[in-house]
Design a protein around this ligand. Structure first.
Ligand code: PLP
Length: 405
């Protein structure tokens, strides 16, 4: 038997059935269409937003939409956050359709094409510039369109978020402009007549170490102050990135955001940042725990003395649960038999997806109550980097359904 990660405490059972948003999982499938199905419980997202507001008074909250761009979910989140961070014109369209004013969008990501820059500039979104070349293209396109570009500079910091699952800063990187070259770039865009919007400094992702995040945020503030002084420009906004992780695996513990908030809001501000709006952009921490991927057992079989539950879903919808999205060692996400939620484990089984590849393993030798063909398996932590971060076309199965409850 191999351990599973913790089921988010938001999910409870009633008469043995897993409830999502107060409804039994089986009823949600029956109403929606079919399995496989992603169900996003909006109350869980709202609770995370409320927790953020309590812990970070005076700090703006942006939703990093790439974590989950499902339009009905974005539409529920938009009124509760101060901005949305987008990484393509496609995401910009979803955010605008969700009711987020374009002026509250910030657009990061390397390789923005001219059409995307044009779309963002026309709508008045802030561009987080990833390079000097992108700055030159944005200025030229804005001049052609006759608009004042709103430009922030994404900084490749000279440090990284310690112990972060996915490093996006420090050393040679495709993201942002190396810190040493940032002041000159800021002076250039200000001289060209752009509206300077500030700095975007994102040091890493999926950290469960509050101390490391506090350290990275302090370093981010210090770096932003130094760059602002050198550039001779006060940044209206400092986007400190995110990096807040969620517990996925056995032994993981939830992040103490109260401590991080106390450190960030309690620290004295450098004078040059006195008027600056601090903002955090969070994806995974806001939505990761709200999602449950429901998939039905198609076959129960034995081989070499082991039991295999073969389900109708797989890594084509939920790549991360198979351990093939940014993890080095494959470990088990939390799983449950939806119709026997909370029941004692009776056997050790492996839960395999329907794809014809040994990579499609969703639960490796996990202890579960007995499940037969026809039973629903719930895979938790499916709210971020699920449906849109998985190779949906691989092997030609239909896409998963998605629903917000
Ligand atoms: C991916 C990304 C995020 C969101 O990261 P999470 O770990 O999901 O919070 C935030 N900002 C930028 C620039 C990103 O690329």
């Amino acid at each position: 038997m191999k351990p599973m990660g913790p089921i988010p405490p938001d999910f409870i059972g009633e008469s043995g059935a897993l409830l999502i948003g107060g409804r039994p999982a089986e009823a949600l499938v029956a109403e929606t269409a079919d399995t496989p199905l992603f169900v996003y419980d909006f109350a869980v997202v709202a609770a995370r937003i409320a927790r953020f507001r309590a812990a970070f008074p005076g700090i703006a909250l942006h939703y990093a939409m790439k974590a989950n761009p499902f339009a009905p979910l974005v539409a529920r989140i938009a009124p509760l956050v101060d901005g949305i961070d987008i990484a393509s014109a496609g995401e910009a369209r979803i955010a605008i359709a969700a009711g987020m004013p374009a002026a509250c969008l910030s657009f990061a990501g390397p390789g923005k094409r001219d059409e995307e820059l044009e779309f963002a500039l026309l709508h008045g979104a802030t561009l987080n510039l990833e390079s000097e070349g992108e700055a030159a293209r944005a200025l030229a396109i804005a001049a052609r369109l006759g608009v004042t570009p709103r430009l922030a500079v994404r900084v490749n910091p000279d440090f990284e978020l310690r112990g972060s699952g996915m490093r996006m800063g420090g050393g040679a990187r495709p993201f942002g402009v190396d810190a040493a070259r940032v002041p000159a770039l800021v002076r250039r865009i200000v001289a060209a007549g752009a509206e300077f919007r500030g700095f975007h400094i994102f040091a890493g992702s999926q950290s469960l170490d509050a101390e490391a995040i506090i350290e990275a945020q302090a370093a981010t503030v210090a770096l932003a102050a130094r760059l602002a002084e050198e550039a001779g420009a006060r940044p209206p906004r400092l986007n400190l990135g995110g990096g807040f992780g969620i517990p996925y695996f056995a032994g993981d513990e939830a992040l103490d955001v109260g401590r991080i908030g106390a450190a960030l809001t309690g620290a004295a501000r450098p004078e040059v940042l006195a008027e600056t709006e601090y903002c955090l952009e969070l994806g995974r921490w806001l939505v990761g725990e709200c999602g449950v991927y429901l998939t039905r057992v198609v076959d129960r079989k034995e081989s070499g003395g082991q039991v295999f539950l073969i389900v109708d879903g797989g890594l084509h919808h939920q790549l991360a649960a198979s351990g093939n999205f940014g993890t080095v060692v494959r470990r088990n996400y939390p799983l449950a038999v939806a119709g026997r939620f909370g029941a004692e484990a009776e056997e050790t089984v492996s839960v395999c997806g329907c794809l014809c590849t040994p990579l499609d393993l969703l639960g490796n030798q996990v202890a579960l109550p007995r499940a037969e063909a026809g039973d629903l398996i719930a895979i938790f932590l499916a709210g971020a980097y699920g449906a849109t971060a998985s190779p949906a076309a691989f092997l030609g199965h239909p896409p998963a359904g998605e629903v917000v409850v």
